[in-house]
Design a protein. Structure first.
Length: 483
């Protein structure tokens, strides 16, 4: 009899299948878990701190929290910016569930003014070589005419002007402190704010106060020696290696950073933040305003064109929105509006350049004043304003020259365009007959004989009858009429 092969146990087969599926799931989930626990999100900020910057950083923090990232590295290079946006960023860092390491880089970068606050608020403060920080006396806090901090003068040494009579001193309760009451109030508020940020992470709060009161600055090496920052790293890879295993305080909870062999992901701003960062520039605001005004002006000259009017309205609305997030001087804004009004008036009420040139002058001075807030990163280029003024001047000159040509052209319709006009006789006549003038047949009379197709000049008009005289043959033109 033939031998039978032993049958396979169905239970064993099902167990092996389940074991294989379970092993495959473990292998699939293991890289994902490792990536989720070992991800570092990179945020890159360069330029003035504004509304768009705050939105970008806060969105990046929110994304890192969703990804359960190990660390956020904020690469910073800024001259400063708006106080409100800086406070929003600092608040986001302090309340972040993911540690934030602010890294002033690349070489030559700076964290001035508002950047110093952001650096001190971070869980890890790092700088690249040949970078600096400080000058944290924010203009928006103290105002353009704030009284700078001046330490009291040292007592006079014997023999150093001691023979001169001392000036009469005011009673202690009447001696005024430097600056106005409001200036002292906001200055002390800024000092308390930056000291609190420095003390939160055990950094040098005394120097932080000097950065506000005296606009003190430090290089990267000096900042490390003064216990203002934690690390100096030449690049991002070295930074991650240096802070691996470092303990930081995140929302009153001690956490150890694990930044070795991590996945680095650069967080890109979305379309909304990109558009906001573009239009929130002084130069772009001026361009949008001019395009908006000229678009509506063109639509007024050509009703029904639609496209110029739509573009003009959109540009004006974008400019109006950008002005809400920019530090502007309203006297300068008023001058710009007056300048635009005068340029528009030049087109509607021609003054042969007087209104237009006055409008250009008002526009230039308004543009300079409007963005002369003293806030770093939000100034306007003088060369750009001059170039824009030259373009507007060329436009005004073109309009004025066009109006002069129209004036010299004379009448093109009505009685003024008929007298002196050249007509063509449609028949031979002596006394009365018919002539062709401006596409119409007219009754004419002449004291001299007129031949058919002969050119005649209109000397006068009496009702609907033209008084004409024959022209010499040398002044004749080709006949162009219908009989």
């Amino acid at each position: 009899m033939p031998l039978k092969r032993p049958g396979k146990n169905p239970a064993i087969i099902e167990f092996m299948k389940a074991l294989t599926i379970f092993a495959a799931l473990l292998l699939a989930l293991r890289p994902a878990a490792a990536e989720a626990q070992g991800k570092v999100v990179i945020l890159e900020v360069s330029g003035g701190i504004g509304v768009a910057t705050a939105d970008y950083i806060l969105s990046g923090i929110e994304y890192a929290e969703e990804q359960n990232a190990e660390l956020i590295v904020l690469t910073l290079d800024t001259p400063g910016g708006l106080v409100a946006s800086m406070r929003d960023i600092v608040s986001g860092i302090l309340n972040s569930e993911v540690p934030v390491a602010t890294y002033v880089a690349p070489a030559g970068a700076r964290a001035d003014s508002a950047g110093t606050y952001i650096l001190l608020a971070s869980h890890v403060a790092a700088m690249a070589p040949t970078t600096h920080l400080g000058a944290a006396t924010l203009v928006s806090l103290t105002g353009d005419d704030a009284t700078p901090f001046e330490p009291p003068a040292p007592p006079a040494e014997p023999g150093d002007g001691a023979d001169e009579p001392a000036p009469e001193e005011a009673p202690p309760d009447e001696a005024p402190a430097p600056g106005s009451a409001m200036e002292r109030k906001v200055l002390n508020d800024a000092v308390s704010y930056i000291r609190g940020l420095a003390e939160r992470h055990g950094r040098n709060a005394d120097w932080a106060e000097r950065a506000v009161r005296e606009a003190a600055t430090l290089t990267a090496q000096e900042a490390l020696e003064e216990n203002v920052i934690d690390v100096i790293a030449k690049d991002r890879a070295e930074l991650l290696a240096l802070i691996d295993g470092r303990e930081v305080n995140v929302n009153n909870e001690t956490r150890t950073l694990a930044t070795a062999d991590v996945t680095v992901e650069v967080f890109e701003p979305n379309w909304r933040i990109r558009i906001l960062s573009v239009i929130a520039q002084p130069e772009i605001v001026l361009l949008l305003g001019l395009i908006g005004v000229y678009g509506l002006l063109f639509e007024g000259y050509n009703p029904g064109a639609i496209v110029p009017g739509v573009v003009g309205i959109i540009c004006l609305l974008l400019a109006a929105y950008a002005l809400q997030v920019l530090p502007v001087n309203y006297a300068g804004l008023a001058l710009i509006l007056v300048g635009l009004a005068l340029m528009v008036a030049e087109a509607f009420a021609p003054s042969f350049g007087a209104l237009g040139l006055g409008g250009i002058a008002a526009f230039v001075f308004g543009a300079i004043l409007m963005f002369d807030s003293g806030i770093p990163g939000f100034g306007i280029s003088l060369s750009f304003v001059i170039a824009l003024a030259l373009i507007a001047a060329l436009f005004v000159i073109w309009v004025a020259s066009y109006l002069v040509k129209l004036r010299n052209r004379g009448a093109v319709s009505g009685r003024g365009s008929i007298v002196g006009g050249i007509a063509i006789a449609t028949e031979s006549f002596t006394g009365t007959g018919r002539v062709w003038l401006e596409g119409e047949a007219w009754q004419a009379r002449s004291n001299l004989p007129v031949q058919k197709d002969q050119h005649v000049v209109v000397r006068a008009i009496d009702g609907l009858v033209l008084d004409v005289e024959p022209l010499p043959a040398s002044d004749a033109i080709e006949p162009d009429y219908q009989t």
